[in-house]
Design a protein around this ligand. Structure first.
Ligand code: 13P
Ligand code: SF4
Length: 304
């Protein structure tokens, strides 16, 4: 089928199935175009939680579909690709969490939403890059075990000096591959440009930032900024929304094309097949779902 035919069929099937399509800013442009809602992890989790439709199709990686299912146990949640997964989500184990809990008192386990349902089930509260700072500040515990992302954890810790942090060694390979020298080179070429950094980047990149925030945070910052040039330190998919909203502003990405292969696994044809065949359905074991739901609901309570 041609692109236009896929689009037509997806729209038809969406009505037939009573489905809502959600897409993350790192997915392909076509998916961002056809989705009912596009956003960062926090916004999409909120939309999924409030969805009226019976079927939620999540154009994103596995942890996003899992989070939608955790919050909507009676709905059908579909992932157009059954392999698309965030490697970082697997960079901590339940055993590590249990061990740290045993070793420390007055401890909160804070897990980045980029984690498996199993890890959420072991955690006290979930966070995303949009709300991590505010949520951690409000926790009553004096110690925080932040999993799995060491870089987001380090960023949060730098802003909350009153608490003691224990870090895990997880990371996003896309954001970790952004080199300080490359950002400095880009800055030297365009001294007027503002540097926008996602907090999954290492601290030496965060230190160069004019603004640090989630994908939505970066998009909102650009919309309000008087500047017309930006050096963007995150995944390339965000460019679609940035360009759409700001056709006259200039965006420069650092180093080689920063593309998350997992996010890019989702295509129009796979979205069409997901709706046609009602695949791939997210299925979770109920006890684990329930425990994970507590951590996600705690996030929504503290962030909303
Ligand atoms: P946000 O869109 O929440 O900033 O998350 C970035 C990310 O890496 C999602 O996988
Ligand atoms: Fe995971 Fe990084 Fe891809 Fe986001 S961009 S899904 S954190 S690997």
């Amino acid at each position: 089928m041609k692109r236009e035919e896929y689009i037509q069929e997806i729209k038809r099937l969406k009505k037939e199935r009573d489905a809502i399509i959600l897409a993350h800013y790192y997915t392909d442009n076509d998916l961002q175009e056809i989705a009912d809602y596009v956003g960062d992890s926090y916004y999409l989790s909120k939309v999924a939680r409030e969805a009226k439709e019976q079927v939620i199709v999540f154009c994103g990686v596995k942890f996003m579909g899992e989070s939608a299912k955790i919050l909507n146990p009676h709905k059908t949640v579909l992932l157009p690709d059954d392999v698309a997964d965030c490697p970082m989500a697997h960079m901590v184990t339940p055993q590590q969490i249990k061990q740290v809990r045993q070793e420390h008192e007055d401890l909160a386990v804070v897990c980045y939403i980029n984690s498996t349902a199993q890890i959420k089930a072991e955690s006290d509260v979930c966070v995303t890059s949009a709300n991590a700072l505010n949520i951690v500040k409000t926790l009553k515990q004096s110690k925080i075990f932040f999993v799995p992302d060491q870089h987001l954890g380090t960023y949060v810790a730098s802003k909350v000096p009153e608490k003691e942090f224990i870090f895990n060694d997880g990371y996003c390979h896309i954001h970790r591959s952004i080199q300080k020298e490359a950002v400095l080179r880009e800055k030297a070429l365009r001294p007027e440009a503002q540097v926008l950094v996602h907090p999954e980047c290492p601290s030496e990149i965060v230190d160069l930032a004019d603004y640090v925030g989630s994908t939505t945070g970066i998009i909102d910052y650009v919309a309000k900024s008087q500047a017309d040039s930006f050096i963007v330190c995150t995944e390339i998919g965000i460019l679609y929304e940035l360009k759409k909203n700001n056709p006259n502003k200039n965006f420069y990405f650092v180093g080689e094309k920063k593309e998350c292969a997992d996010m890019k696994r989702i295509t129009l044809s796979k979205l069409y097949e997901a709706l046609r065949d009602m695949k791939y359905e997210v299925v979770l074991e109920e006890a684990e779902r329930k425990a994970a739901e507590e951590a996600l609901l705690a996030m929504h309570r503290l962030a909303d």
